[in-house]
Design a protein around this ligand. Structure first.
Ligand code: PLP
Length: 409
């Protein structure tokens, strides 16, 4: 007997993160935290091993009037000042397209809404082969098929595979929707070069001559790019999109404001023509109202207040962690290269991912845990969360991992 809809997949979620987080915790209780390397947690942690919650953000939140926290948002699309601030902060003057912003519960809301509303059931979404797991789950829940592109050709973006995936999907449907998680790709830490973005846009412009194109650019980690404002310059390339092409930029306050639990983000819709942007806006607004109604008013008000009144403090605090993340990443990658521990091309961001086939990965992951090193399995690799690993624990880790890998490979 079915109590849920016939078409939904009932297989439970295979949890690859929280079960390992729990094992790492157990190990710490058993052998002491100093003897455990816990590279599982995907949130930013400081050098003392605690979650980073930026003071500039939380003092702003706590100073808000209770009535601001209590109130509904001003609109189902989010508060007007929040929408404007998101657009200005994210695009940073680099875009000159028609645009609309819809507030969402985190980046998850923006990505999920795009997949649900831009594709019909049974159609195909194009995803990276190594990716944040929620994309595939969203596709499954919305009854979408998935076509994957391989991410790398040697140490650069695999444009050929990306093109092949798009062409394959174009043969069977009239609309192309693809995810590019960039910059600071989760979990490899890759960021496309300006040249790579240029080629992507030029290819998709060709596709848009016969098919509607929706590019979903998931920028969840952008504010932790080591390039900071420079990391936003590629948005200028979107100015070249043709009229049959829209871009949805999925923005998240979770990382940008270290406010994972406040559940706030936005979908920024960009297009050459007002009608195209308006069409997406209307449908997204209805989806918002039908799904979550409206967004956390306090989170939106905090974002606006931080950027209006505490920007210098916020920048200073954030930059401290941007630099720390870079230090951890540089150490791990340098040492990995020295000992020949293979990893995907890492440029910046929360994670480095070791590259290997899935059979080796499974054996290696077990062997690492036997040595009190906890990581997360991803497709074709092992994710090392440098975002939550202290500099001290990062030092020497690559060699330890390589020695263990040599025992299983
Ligand atoms: N996109 C990517 C690649 C992520 O890794 C995450 C969070 O882990 C998100 C989007 C969305 O996060 P949130 O919904 O908390 O904003």
């Amino acid at each position: 007997m079915n109590f849920v809809k016939e078409s939904v997949n009932q297989t439970p979620i295979v949890d690859t993160v929280f079960s390992i987080v729990a094992k790492a915790k157990e190990a710490k209780a058993k052998v002491g935290a100093d003897n455990v390397v816990d590279a599982t947690i995907g949130s930013l942690y400081d050098e003392e091993g605690t979650l980073v919650a930026l003071d500039s953000v939380y003092s702003s939140l706590k100073n808000l009037d209770n009535k601001v926290l209590a109130a509904y948002a001003a609109s189902f699309r989010g508060n007007p000042d929040f929408r404007k601030k998101v657009y200005d902060w994210v695009l940073n003057g680099n875009s000159h397209l028609e645009h609309e912003v819809i507030a969402t519960p985190g980046g998850t809301g923006a990505v999920g809404m795009t997949l649900q509303e831009c594709l019909d059931e049974g159609q195909t979404v194009i995803l990276p082969e190594i990716a944040w797991g929620s994309y595939a789950l969203m596709a499954q829940m919305h009854n979408l098929n998935v076509e994957k592109y391989s991410l790398f050709e040697e140490d650069h973006f695999n444009l050929n595979s990306f093109k092949a995936a798009c062409k394959k999907v174009m043969e069977k449907q009239n609309r192309l929707v693809m995810v590019i998680n960039d910059p600071c790709h989760n979990p490899t830490g890759y960021s496309l070069s300006e040249e790579e973005w240029k080629e992507v846009i030029s290819f998709l412009n060709e596709c848009s001559k016969t098919h509607a194109v929706v590019l979903l650019n998931d920028i969840a980690y952008i504010d932790f790019s080591s390039r900071q404002e420079k990391a936003k310059e590629y948005f200028a390339q979107f100015d070249q999109i043709e009229k049959n092409f829209v871009v949805i930029v999925a923005f998240s306050l979770s990382k940008s404001m270290t406010s994972y639990g406040l559940r706030c983000g936005a979908a920024i819709v960009l297009g050459q023509e007002k009608e195209a942007v308006e069409q997406v806006k209307i449908v997204f607004e209805k989806d918002a109202r039908a799904t979550w109604s409206n967004i956390n008013n306090g989170a939106m008000a905090t974002f606006v207040d931080v950027l209006d009144n505490h920007k210098a403090d916020y920048d200073k605090e954030r930059l401290h962690y941007v630099n720390l993340l870079k230090e951890r990443g540089d150490i791990f990658v340098k040492e990995a290269n020295e000992v020949g521990l293979k990893h995907y091309p890492y440029k910046e961001g929360f994670f480095v991912t070791l590259s290997m086939d899935n059979e080796t990965r499974d054996k290696f992951h077990e062997a690492l845990m036997e040595n009190n090193i906890f990581t997360v399995k991803v497709n074709l690799g092992i994710r090392v969360a440098i975002c939550s690993l202290s500099v001290e624990k990062t030092k020497g880790l690559a060699k330890k991992m390589k020695d263990i890998l040599d025992t299983v490979a």
